[in-house]
Design a protein around this ligand. Structure first.
Ligand code: GLU
Length: 470
């Protein structure tokens, strides 16, 4: 029987969920979920100087927005410190690690000589093979014994076999002189203890893999499947940085991108399934694999993100969109909708969601339903409400009074009214938009009438007809 897949996302709590981290989380999530496995979350909070609980909350919040629910409890790396120490001692007992009594000065002197002789400055301690009987009563660190000669092969699911000369590995510290464990040890112990079978992470950790391998070998533990994914670059081909715009997932939430679109876009960022650009969560789960991850860095492209988000909005259910928009307003710190506004928004959604790429775009188009009478026309709309237009509107109103409120009838009435005046419906559209929405650009007049209903439509037309020129 195959071992069940266990993946993990192991962010350092930096105060926000980096967009690259969000993609790493998503890849791990999809890989596990597509295989009936587990997706675990570990916060790498060993740097206590910089650690704040708010930094962890920001990551949890970002993951929750993206719908990347993890299994089990959140693991705090810091809380596992005693276990990390225990493993360092086990390595000592096995002879895979040793106590090193070298002083800072001695290490510096080693480096200087190595530099002068053109040798590698990676530290190999003279204590690696010392007889414990010769150990002084002095402070020490615990170091792993780097392999002598030979090569380490990392069988990476994305990068292929990565071969590292063991001469490039140092006698890495496992426990500092105060007995505290280093990060590199913590990662390996935690991954092993959490039963992680697949580690999908940024390729900035590829060099660490060779060093981490020493610990796996020392303990005789199975090495997980590693998949080091290329980092995300900006459109200029450089590593994604603040210069390229928003870096935190929550910034995209506040810009009003739908989470489903964000997930789809991030999944496509560095992974492909044929030519498929748009896919559902279920498809992503079914299709995602390590073979589809590209070796070259993916470029973040806002236009593509918008395009995919637009497709997700168009495909979404109206009630779900309403809820998402309400959450967006909350996340962005904007005023919440009254229930009347939210109901109106949902009724109008069918005509708002076409071609909208973000929630603010939907809300902008929804202005006609969110604003109550009296409608105050904006400047561009005002010119459609001159005396002549107001006259037309007041003539039109009685024709709508008893019309059945269906698209067909409304089209018949308005087209008939225009024809009787030897004009086209297009000529009526400006005044109607101005009267119904106070704007020159709006959803279709028929959609607005249908969404507003007869009474509200007639009231707005009367208001406009009886108004005065600005
Ligand atoms: N905490 C590391 C980071 O945020 C990830 C370590 C790992 O995935 O092994 O970059």
């Amino acid at each position: 029987m195959n071992t069940p897949v266990v993946t993990r996302f192991a962010p350092s709590p930096t105060g926000f969920l980096h967009i690259g981290g969000a993609r790493t989380a998503l890849f791990n999530y999809l890989y596990a979920r597509g295989r009936g496995g587990k997706f675990l979350l570990r916060i790498e909070d060993t740097d206590r100087v910089r650690y704040t609980p708010a930094a962890t909350d920001a990551i949890l919040q970002g993951l929750s927005w993206l719908g990347l629910a993890h299994d089990g409890e959140v693991v705090s790396q810091h809380d596992q410190a005693p276990r990390h120490v225990e493993v360092a001692h086990a390595l000592l007992e096995k002879g895979a690690a040793f106590k090193c009594f070298a002083t800072q000065e001695e290490i510096e002197a080693f480096r200087e000589t190595a530099r002068a002789e053109g040798r590698s400055t990676l530290y190999r301690s003279p204590w690696r093979d010392a007889d414990p009987a010769t150990h002084p009563d002095a402070p020490f660190v615990v170091r792993i014994k780097a392999p002598d000669g030979g090569q380490t092969v990392i069988r990476d699911a994305v990068q292929g076999d990565v071969i590292i000369d063991n001469a490039q590995l140092d006698d890495m510290i496992l426990l500092r002189s105060d007995g505290s464990p280093v990060y590199m040890l913590a990662v390996v112990v935690d991954d092993h203890d959490m039963g992680v079978t697949h580690v999908i992470r940024g390729d900035d950790h590829l060099n660490n893999a060779a060093r981490q391998m020493m610990i796996y070998h020392g303990m005789g533990w199975d090495v997980p499947v590693w998949a080091h994914i290329p980092l995300i670059h900006g459109a200029d081909g450089k590593k994604l940085s603040k210069r390229h715009g928003a870096l935190g997932a929550e910034e995209y939430q506040k810009m009003g991108f739908p989470a489903a679109g964000m997930r789809n876009y991030l999944t496509r960022l560095g992974w492909s399934h044929g030519d498929d650009e748009f896919f559902t969560d279920a498809q992503a789960r079914d299709w995602f694999d390590l073979d589809g991850i590209r070796k070259s860095p993916a470029q973040f492209d806002l236009k593509k993100l918008e395009n995919i988000c637009g497709q997700h909005i168009a495909a979404s259910d109206d009630a779900a969109l309403r809820q998402e928009i309400e959450s967006y307003l909350d996340a962005a710190g904007l005023a919440e909708l009254t229930s009347e506004q939210a109901n109106g928004l949902e009724r109008a959604m069918y005509c708002l969601k076409e071609r909208a790429k973000t929630f603010p775009e939907i809300l902008d188009k929804a202005e006609f339903i969110l604003t109550a009478r009296p409608i105050v026309p904006e400047e561009k709309a005002q010119k459609h409400l001159d005396a002549v237009s107001r006259g037309i509107l007041s003539e039109l109103t009685p024709h709508l009074q008893d019309a059945s409120w269906s698209r067909e009838t409304l089209e018949e009435v308005l087209n008939g009214f225009a024809a009787a005046r030897d004009t086209k419906f297009g000529k009526l559209a400006g005044p109607l938009r101005a009267a119904l929405a106070g704007r020159a650009v709006t959803p279709s007049v028929f959609d607005m009438m249908l969404v507003l209903g007869r009474d509200e439509t007639l009231a707005r037309l009367r208001d406009a007809a009886s108004g005065t020129e600005a």
